[in-house]
Design a protein around this ligand. Structure first.
Ligand SMILES: NC(=O)c1ccc[n+]([C@@H]2O[C@H](COP(=O)([O-])OP(=O)(O)OC[C@H]3O[C@@H](n4cnc5c(N)ncnc54)[C@H](O)[C@@H]3O)[C@@H](O)[C@H]2O)c1
Ligand SMILES: [Zn+2]
Ligand SMILES: [Zn+2]
Length: 361
């Protein structure tokens, strides 16, 4: 029987989100309905509400979630009702050219549920990142569900569904940070702090956190930053070079998504170093760089989608590290809130008061 539940919807560009009654169909072939237990508020949800991703309003927001599978459709074998899962927004297809080359984290054909969740009047909703998890029950493709150890509470586990995985993966997978590296992270929100934490996990010896907000820099230290720079007070490129023997960092991770911070990342890395762009820009942004510098500085300029993660490989592994006390997911949770508090959580995010507000259902 289809479900009628409450969910958080962005109806129009820039307008406050509202709690709406939503119809969730029974899972069809290859689909699953999941009882959402917790879902973090990510900056990307705000990007959606502001029309920065696309114009396919109304959006069902929320995409950083964990919960329990309620029902599965025909042909689903990877999960079963009762499984404890983290939702992922890159269910790999196994068949595209990236998958066939053995690089499924680049999958060019990731899939979502085929049926649509709708408002009461039948208007189809666009789920954020193909998930939509600020809702009591959500419909996803079964491949978007990754089973993990249920000892990890949903408030912590759900974070791996987006921002924290994006940050850790930007450091470990995309940036390939390893023992002894110097790493700089520009922008220390949930994603940037996860990159700081990931760099520490990978054995980086110098981890430089850059932000415009001293409170954020204080938190970055708790996640493992060895040095902090407030780029309102100092030129971050000069400061990073000074801290790295005049050279720049081996890996610089941009976790803001703006041209000026990308440029800082470009010049704050050592020769032959790596820049990882994990912050999401908006469509009108451009960046201009001397081509001779792009050539002459060598190294790699990379983008990181979802931390180049492979959910089936990375989620259970990171949950194990969490349960061993080596990955502090709880520290990212600034507050737990209800479904009706998402708009206020956006305001707190905007004011820099929180790393993650997590909706608990
Ligand atoms: N690539 C991915 O797969 C992926 C996944 C999730 C989120 N994101 C993106 O990552 C970015 C960060 O997300 P978040 O949830 O951490 O957001 P956030 O708002 O919590 O953090 C952004 C941080 O950047 C800082 N900042 C702003 N301007 C700055 C500047 N000029 N210099 C230095 N710091 C500055 C802010 O003070 C804040 O601490 C967003 O663009 C988000 O959309 C990307
Ligand atoms: Zn694929
Ligand atoms: Zn996100």
């Amino acid at each position: 029987m289809p479900y009628t539940v409450q969910g958080v919807v962005a109806r129009a560009k820039g307008e406050p989100v509202s709690l709406e009654t939503i119809h969730v169909p029974d899972p069809g072939p290859g689909e699953a309905v999941v009882n959402v237990q917790a879902c973090g508020v990510c900056h990307t949800d705000l990007h959606y509400r502001e029309g920065g991703i696309n114009d396919e309003f109304p959006f069902l927001l929320g995409h950083e979630a964990a919960g329990v599978v309620e029902a599965v459709g025909e042909g689903v074998t990877e999960v079963a009702p009762g499984d404890y899962v983290i939702l992922n927004w890159r269910a790999v297809c196994g068949e595209c050219r990236a998958c066939r080359r053995g690089r499924p984290w680049y999958c060019f054909n990731t899939h979502n549920a085929t049926q649509r969740m709708t408002l009461e009047d039948g208007t189809p909703l666009t789920p954020a990142l193909g998930i939509g998890a600020f809702i009591e029950k959500t419909l996803v493709a079964a491949g978007q569900c990754t089973k993990v150890d249920r000892q990890a509470p949903a408030t912590a586990a759900g974070l791996l569904g987006c921002g924290v995985m994006a940050g850790i993966g930007a450091a470990i997978n995309t940036g390939a940070v390893t023992r002894g590296d110097s790493v700089a992270v520009i922008g220390c929100g949930g994603v940037g702090d996860a990159a700081v934490h990931g760099a520490r996990l990978a054995g980086a010896t110098k981890i430089i956190a850059v932000d415009v907000d001293d409170r954020k820099l204080g938190w970055a230290k708790e996640f493992g930053a060895t040095h902090t720079i407030n780029s309102r007070d100092a030129d971050p490129v000069e400061a990073i070079r000074e801290l790295t023997g005049g050279n720049g960092a081996d890996v610089v991770i941009e976790a803001v998504g703006r041209p000026e911070t990308y440029r800082q990342a470009f010049y704050a890395r050592d020769l032959a170093g790596t820049v990882v762009l994990v912050g999401v820009p908006t469509p009108e942004m451009t960046v201009e760089l001397p081509l001779l510098d792009v050539f002459g500085r060598g190294g790699a300029l990379k983008s990181s989608w979802y931390g180049d993660c492979l959910p089936s490989r990375d989620f259970p592994m990171l949950i194990d590290l969490y349960l061993q006390g080596r990955l502090d997911l709880d520290r990212f949770v600034s507050e737990t809130i209800g479904l009706g508090d998402v708009e206020e959580a956006f305001a707190k995010m905007h004011r820099g008061e929180v790393l993650r507000s997590v909706v608990v259902l």
